[in-house]
Design a protein around this ligand. Structure first.
Ligand SMILES: [Zn+2]
Length: 104
């Protein structure tokens, strides 16, 4: 084995490439009819409240930064409030945030 072959790229470099690919896939998915139909339903995946389609954004249920992919199973329409809460809250706080909607 040549010395060059021993040196592997750093894990986070691979991660960055993967993340780039998933973000690109997300852009494609956002243009799809499937996504437009989901938006047309006008319901936030998390709080279940009604919104107009232009108030909803595409959210990755498992964030790309944590290894989530841009697949139909991992993206959901999300309102601004939930989107912000998901970004800012710790996983445990986010669970509590979601529970307030389930209690009704
Ligand atoms: Zn919401």
């Amino acid at each position: 084995m040549k010395r060059k072959d021993i040196i592997q790229p750093f894990a986070y470099d691979l991660g960055a490439d993967d993340q780039k690919r998933e973000r690109h896939k997300a852009r494609t998915l956002r243009k799809s009819q499937w996504w437009k139909r989901r938006l047309a339903k006008g319901v936030c995946h998390y709080c279940g409240r009604p919104f107009s389609p232009n108030e909803l954004t595409m959210d990755h249920i498992v964030p790309i930064s944590r290894g989530g992919q841009s697949t139909k199973g991992n993206v959901a329409p999300c309102c601004k409030e939930c989107n912000n809460a998901k970004k800012q809250l710790l996983p445990m706080e986010w669970e509590q945030y979601l529970q307030q909607f389930n209690q009704e």
